[in-house]
Design a protein around this ligand. Sequence first.
Ligand SMILES: Cc1cc2nc3c(=O)[nH]c(=O)nc-3n(C[C@H](O)[C@H](O)[C@H](O)COP(=O)(O)O)c2cc1C
Length: 259
Amino acid sequence: MEHLCAFYFSGTGNTRHIAKFLTQRLSSRFETELFDVASPISDGALQKADVVLLAFPIYGSAPPIPMREFVARFRSHWAGKRVIIAETQYFFSGDGAASLGRTLEHYGARVIAAEHFNMPNNLADCKIFPIRNGEAAQKKVRRAEKRASAFAERILGGKKRRRGFHTASHAVGYYCQRKYWRKNEEKKRTQLKIDPTRCVGCGACVEKCPVANLKKENGKTVAIGKCVLCYRCVNLCPKSAITLFGSAPPAVRYKGIEH
Ligand SMILES: Cc1cc2nc3c(=O)[nH]c(=O)nc-3n(C[C@H](O)[C@H](O)[C@H](O)COP(=O)(O)O)c2cc1C
């Protein structure tokens, strides 16, 4: 049996859900293992994989920093690997999957399948896109699961689907979002705002931050400037004290789908 290793990054659980779902569907053909790239990963895991599944949320038509760093750190291991990409988004990325796929192909991998999955929005402090919890979120998840089932069937049947690899998708992803996003991304890493009048120093965000960007100082949480913009802390803070892109703390937080 061939070995499939799935590596995911997930801020608020959507991508973890899709990565788990796909891995389970593909387990009829492959021996599977699932890894979170925010945890320490040895290169042995990647080396033994015949097929690699990479799953990540899209941010401004770009893959998140931890996933880009993971791909670059193991750059010498990609040659000859068959790669499947699963990207989650609220509704639009243009070439989200392909934006990482091109890097992987540059390192010698072959992207055999790529798909985008619309999932609930987690950008809680942005007033333009609504946050949905409960049944509305679950409905969207069920649609994504249906798409993931079909995607897995296509992979198992040897059929090709490489969402986002068309030249037009590339142009749309780049000119509508990534070009501007990339300019801001580095700056935003240092701009997480924690309102000290709301923060009660409970430490929930410190414990759950995937990149140890948060610490407690004099009973309050402070950020140390290496945020990866995943929105986990913004959504889990019980006092809604944290914001990143918004000018005010979120009125409604995304609760995630696996609670
Ligand atoms: C900083 C940021 C930027 C985002 N940009 C986009 C985007 O460009 N297009 C989109 O459709 N969704 C966008 N989203 C929504 C997420 O990609 C989507 O909710 C994703 O499923 C979250 O996955 P996660 O729960 O695994 O973190 C963005 C979310 C964040 C936090």
